[in-house]
Design a protein around this ligand. Structure first.
Ligand code: ADP
Length: 642
């Protein structure tokens, strides 16, 4: 007994208390008298007594209740109850709250000390037991923590590594370490030979592992493959699981993909007879799942890689250039044709920023401008004469793609065609002028009869038509060649008004209703007045021409921010959907154009060229029998354009 062993006496001051105190002191205890609940509480907080003796009635307080409260806080403290008499029901009640012993008169000093000592000893034994249990639980908890840590680390390896050999070896190593086995192996089924081979092993000789082949019939591993159930055993004499391979204990768990078993994960002890536990079997099942995940990941990766290679080959064989980029403009894919466009070598450009790879300002201007106007085609001419049609289009959740179509040869053909038309037009103009002049003179050199006059008028009409056609062709050639570079500040509303005045007579003759809406103080345009007049003339004359008698026509002119919007609407013939994509091409006339309608199909081609040379846009909305709407958008004049 230590000298400082303290007994708390929670008893009223009385001869009994006196006696108890003296007896305990005489036995070497330190005694503290706590005559009420408050002083008892304080002492319990400040000291560490080895026992508490509490009176059944402590200054009017129920000693059993007090004992109950104390024991809830200090369950291993021996608490003894003192009662004035041997009271069985009272002691029964006290036992239920955890009181360990009783004292009652007559009191003998020896008895008192003996009872206290006995209880103290029991409490010490209990303390030892609790400490042992705690140590044991802590050790097993630590073991579980280690297991968990190993599993977590393994999980990370599996997720971060695509090297299947490495991952499977890690799984087998973890199996050996967590179960404390002598060796471990991961066997996979070769479906052709129906044999299991060792995909990964731990503590096996390399040569043995490489040549290991186990027929699935007549082997425990085979039994696991067949049944899909784990097998574990431990026995005194070693068991044969394969010729020349004897073990005392083993665990084999199936590697299961859905309903299919693809192999076995196993650990065994060949030298010592230490058995495996259920916990080990559970761990092995978890590890088997890891292995299956890794195998599936690897297969998935292999498939994806194959798909990627197929896609790469396809894209590399496309004649058009393709560059696929992520949202940060890093290259995800670039094909051979695109490399050729910019003269790039064959080195891997994946992940590189496009602006660090390609050195071409015009290309980046196109990329930037297409943010606002995706899908638009742009033309880009290289110094060596190559011309490409470029499109930059967004791809949701990936980034964007740029495609390059080489149109050098088309451009050349177009140029040859234009040159040809230009030459022919010039060559036609002089003889036409001569024809017109001489036809004009015919009437002056002598009287013509009525029939002759009629013939002359036919010749004049035809010559005028050819002249108009030649003029249109020459105009088109000039506009396309960019000869009209000079641009002024132009009042487009005046131009449109002028055209409307000119067609007014025709509109009246056809009994058509013309509505005009021209915005007041329309901003000025920057352009060529002659060409803008031609633009307004062609669209408005067409509307009158292709709208039957009594039809209605509308001309709107307005502006929005820095754009002027010109609309020519009619409720005439309309243009069939199949013709609409070609309607702005040279010499194209819609399939529903009446046979006798004069024209050559050049008017809209001229309009389109004029719009484009003014950096504008034009489009058409039309339905057969309901009418057409041509919309032209032109940028307003800005001081800084000068
Ligand atoms: P043209 O009128 O000399 O034939 P354009 O180039 O001006 O040539 O027009 C091309 C074709 O477009 C026309 O032949 C006609 O078929 C169609 N077209 C043009 N404007 C209209 C319109 N307002 N309504 C219906 N069809 C039209």
């Amino acid at each position: 007994m230590a000298k400082t062993d303290l007994i708390l006496l929670a008893i009223d001051s009385s001869p009994t208390q006196d006696l108890l105190e003296r007896a305990l002191r005489a036995a070497g205890y330190v005694v503290a008298h706590t005559p009420d609940a408050e002083s008892l509480n304080r002492s319990l907080l400040e000291t560490s007594p080895v026992a508490l003796l509490v009176a059944h009635n402590l200054n009017g307080q129920d000693g059993i209740e007090l004992a109950k409260v104390v024991l809830e806080r200090f369950p291993t403290l021996p608490v003894l109850l003192y009662a004035d008499e041997d009271n069985y029901p009272l002691f029964k009640k006290a036992i239920r709250v955890g009181v360990s012993d009783f004292l009652h008169p007559p009191l003998r000093i020896d008895d008192i000390v003996h009872i206290i000592k006995e209880n103290q000893k029991r409490a010490e034994q209990m303390g030892d037991w609790v400490r042992r249990e705690v140590r044991h639980s802590t050790a097993s908890l630590e073991k579980r923590m280690n297991e968990l840590e190993t599993l977590v680390k393994l999980g990370q390896t599996i997720n971060s590594s695509l090297d299947l050999d490495n991952v499977l070896t890690s799984v087998v190593t973890a199996a050996v370490e967590l179960t404390g086995a002598e060796e471990g192996q991961l066997l996979l089924l070769d479906e052709e030979t129906n044999e299991l081979y060792m995909r990964a092993g731990r503590n096996f000789e390399e040569n043995f592992a490489r040549t290991f082949r186990l027929p699935i019939r007549d082997s425990i591993a085979g039994q696991v493959v067949h049944s899909g159930q784990p097998v574990s055993f431990c026995q005194d004499s070693p068991s044969k699981i394969k010729t020349a391979y004897l073990v005392y204990a083993l665990i084999y768990v199936p590697l299961r993909v859905g309903d299919h078993v693809i192999g076995v994960l196993g650990v065994d002890n060949r030298q010592n007879k230490r058995p495996f536990t259920q916990q080990h079997e559970l761990l092995m099942s978890v590890l088997a799942d890891y292995a299956v995940n890794a195998i599936e990941n690897a297969q998935f990766f292999q498939q994806t890689e194959q798909e990627r290679q197929k896609l790469d080959t396809t894209i590399n064989n496309i004649q058009d250039g393709v560059i696929l980029m992520d949202v940060e403009k890093k290259i995800l894919l670039i094909n051979l044709a695109a490399r050729k466009v910019f003269g790039l070598g064959l080195n891997d450009l994946t992940g590189q920023l496009i602006n660090k790879t390609i050195d071409n300002d015009e290309f980046f201007e196109i990329l930037n401008s297409s943010i606002e106007n995706p899908f638009k085609h742009h033309e880009m001419t290289f110094d060596d004469g190559r011309v490409f049609r470029i499109q930059h289009a967004p791809i949701p959740e990936i980034g964007s793609v740029v495609t390059f179509e080489e149109i050098t040869h088309l451009k050349m053909i177009d140029r040859l065609k234009s040159d040809f038309i230009h030459t022919i037009s010039h060559d036609l103009r002089s003889p036409l002028t001569a024809i017109m002049g001489y036809v004009e003179l015919l009437g002056r050199v002598g009287p013509l009869n009525d029939q002759q006059k009629q013939f002359v008028s036919h010749v004049q009409n035809s010559a005028q038509n050819i002249t108009a056609l030649v003029n249109d062709l020459l105009d088109l050639g000039r506009i396309e060649a960019g000869f009209d570079t000079h641009k002024d500040e132009v009042a487009f509303d005046k131009i449109v008004q002028h055209t409307l005045d000119n067609v007014n007579q025709q509109v009246l003759e056809k009994g058509q209703v013309l509505s005009i809406s021209i915005e007041e103080s329309l901003p000025m345009l920057r352009g060529n007045p002659l060409r803008l007049r031609q633009l307004a003339d062609n669209l408005i004359v067409n509307a009158v021409k292709y709208t039957p008698r009594s039809g209605s026509l509308t001309v709107n002119l307005s502006h929005e921010t820095d754009q002027v919007i010109f609309e020519v609407i009619d409720n005439g013939l309309g243009i069939p959907p199949a013709d609409q994509p070609h309607i702005f091409e040279k010499f194209y006339r819609a399939s529903n154009t009446p046979q006798n309608a004069p024209g050559s199909g050049l008017g809209l081609a001229i309009v389109k060229s004029i719009v484009e040379s003014h950096d504008g846009r034009i489009w058409l909305e039309s339905a057969v029998g309901q009418g057409s709407k041509f919309v032209v958008v032109l940028p307003v004049y800005k001081q800084e354009d000068d």
